[in-house]
Write a protein that binds this ligand. Structure first.
Ligand code: 4AD
Ligand code: MG
Length: 428
């Protein structure tokens, strides 16, 4: 019976049957080394010509990188081997002999993106997918514990949530429709029957810029809760982010280490997180010699400078109304700013969360929609939510690839998703 490489390593001795792909191979007259890879780990396997049948030796001679194989042999500890164990092979069968693998050392990023369907087998990227899976599981776990209901909002929509400039238009049987930028408006509809909901969906942004933090298609984890006010929102997000950090640090410490991240960094991410207002952020920046005129959004460089002062995610609240979305509620103490919050990752990885308390008054909301130059007709259904049992409520959206990039210390967000979609790339 086949077992996984990780199970074989845990077993540590005796006979094992393994299957997987050839990660590396090296041959001489009498010896062949294969590093075998499966979904769990890699292991060195050695084939000695004198100890195996001529059929097995001829398979060993034919084997190429990325060939699929099955093998049997005895596993033993070997300190020199890459993962500390080696299999002395007694039987080897090639399932498919791979052609010459196009990926070798020192290839350009563009080429590697062209062969992404093959490059994603690399050890680094494979490890990233595992960390990402743990992040998604931990987020779901937190929502479920807090009695949120997972819902499935639409991707094809008729109205914009985050403004027209990053909206993807599609031809919908001759009519105009859009790809969802955020499930928020639909989550708002669902809280009136379920109280607290969340969704993990793809979101789309026609981002015209090429940056290390923007994708045109990304995974968005969003929550929305009836009765939740601004302070409750901040506490909830703090709890969620901390739970994801601590859980993934524990579950994936080996994976994180392989990616150059010390999991202790993430274990320290516990409440309370530092909380500052937009105005306070401008003051801090001013002291650092950076002048941002009141009313301007914070740019990447400014966010990077701000977070240098902290080693936990930074909660920045109460941005000017004119730079934020129509659905955000005015701060009752100062109507120039809204009850919104962005959370900035430590170490300069940028904004990971956008959130706010929502405007629940229909007249104020209509005014806000008009002021943002949006067509009120598109929001008729949404305005109904303020006509039938409107309540105070709040919600947020967390960019999964932004978190993955931070945890895995990735240079670019492209490596946080198997098939990145950017301004220049829609294939493979
Ligand atoms: O700040 P944003 O635009 O907020 C919203 O969409 C709200 N409607 C969410 C809500 O309240 N339900 O986006 C939320 C998060 C950002 O903080 C960022 O982490 C991520 O989504 N994000 C992106 N991630 C990758 N590529 C992009 N182009 C992204 N745009 C936003
Ligand atoms: Mg935002």
């Amino acid at each position: 019976m086949f077992i996984s490489i990780q199970e074989a390593i845990s077993q540590g001795k005796g006979n094992v049957a393994l299957r997987g792909w050839v990660y590396r191979e090296r041959k001489s007259n009498k010896l062949a080394f294969i590093v075998l890879r499966d979904g769990t780990n890699i292991i060195q396997c050695v084939i000695e010509k004198d100890k195996v049948s001529s059929g097995v030796w001829s398979s060993a001679e034919k084997v190429m990188v990325e060939s699929s194989v099955t093998l049997e042999g005895e596993i033993r500890e070997d300190k020199r081997a890459p993962t500390g164990y080696e299999v002395g092979v007694t039987d080897l069968k090639i399932v498919q002999t791979a052609e010459r693998f196009p990926i070798t050392k020192d290839q350009s990023t563009e080429f590697l993106l062209d062969v992404r369907h093959l490059w994603l087998r690399s050890r680094e990227l494979t490890t990233v997918w595992k960390v990402k899976s743990a992040i998604l599981a931990a987020a779901r776990e937190y929502f479920e514990k807090q009695k949120y209901v997972e819902v499935t909002p639409p991707i094809i929509t008729g109205s914009s949530c985050e403004g027209g400039s990053t909206l993807f238009k599609i031809d919908y049987f001759g009519e105009e429709a859009f790809l969802s930028q955020s499930a928020q408006l639909y989550l708002e509809a669902l809280i009136f029957s379920l109280d607290k909901v969340y969704a993990i969906t793809p979101s789309f942004r026609a981002e015209p810029s090429k940056t290390s933090r923007h994708l045109t298609e990304y995974w968005h984890c969003e929550g929305e809760a009836a009765w939740m006010q601004f302070d409750g929102l901040l506490d909830f997000m703090e709890g969620l982010i901390s739970h994801v950090c601590v859980t993934v640090a524990e579950k994936c410490s080996a994976e994180l280490k392989l990616l150059g991240r010390n999991s202790d960094d993430l274990k320290k991410i516990v409440p309370p997180f530092p909380r500052i207002t937009y105005d306070e952020a401008l003051n801090i920046l001013k002291k650092d010699g950076i002048d941002v005129p009141w009313g301007k959004d914070l740019r990447t460089e400014e966010e990077e400078q701000l977070v240098k002062h902290y080693d936990k995610p930074l909660i920045v609240t109460r941005y000017p109304k004119k730079i934020k979305a129509f659905y955000m509620k005015d701060d009752p103490k100062n109507s120039e700013v809204v009850l919104c919050c962005d959370i900035l990752a430590p170490e300069g990885y940028g904004e990971i969360v956008g959130s706010s308390q929502r405007e629940e008054n229909i007249d104020v909301l209509k005014e806000k929609i008009k002021n943002q130059g949006e067509n009120i007709e598109h929001y008729n259904w949404y305005l109904d939510l303020r006509r039938f049992g409107s309540v105070p409520h709040s919600g947020f959206g967390l960019g999964i690839e932004r978190i993955v990039r931070w945890f895995c210390r990735l240079e670019t967000i492209r490596d946080a998703i198997p098939f990145p979609r950017t301004i220049k790339r829609k294939t493979p």
